[in-house]
Design a binder for this molecule. Sequence first.
Ligand SMILES: [Zn+2]
Length: 143
Amino acid sequence: MDTKAVDQCIWCDRDEALEKVVREIASFPTGTLYLHRDQTHRGRCIFAYKEHLRKITELSREQYMALMGDIHTSVSAITKALSPDKVNILILGDSSEHMHIHLCPKYRDGKQWGVPFVVDEAKPLLLDDAALHILVDRMKEYI
Ligand SMILES: [Zn+2]
């Protein structure tokens, strides 16, 4: 493993750099569910794997199935809390190698319905701490 990359990873460091991007919702056996500060898509979340692994192929089949179980729980919580029409699930790993899964709720009358989710919005809808806290608490009710 390349330890230099791990030293610079926001998902491993979990410090103020991460606080600028997300707020923690819940911890799971395979990782942590976070609410993204950009709420262009209401309920947008990121699930970060518990270890600094880079690829699905670094997981055993059992580890992968456990991760997908926690993703199912997370998507179910988003769906129960906010009633999106669907949730896009993406594993990219281009700008941050640490395995993380984007969970992006989509709404029929909302942005990018019918087209793939864009990770980096040109004009993100950044919520303040109070608004983020309300959404985090709402999601927690369903986990
Ligand atoms: Zn990491």
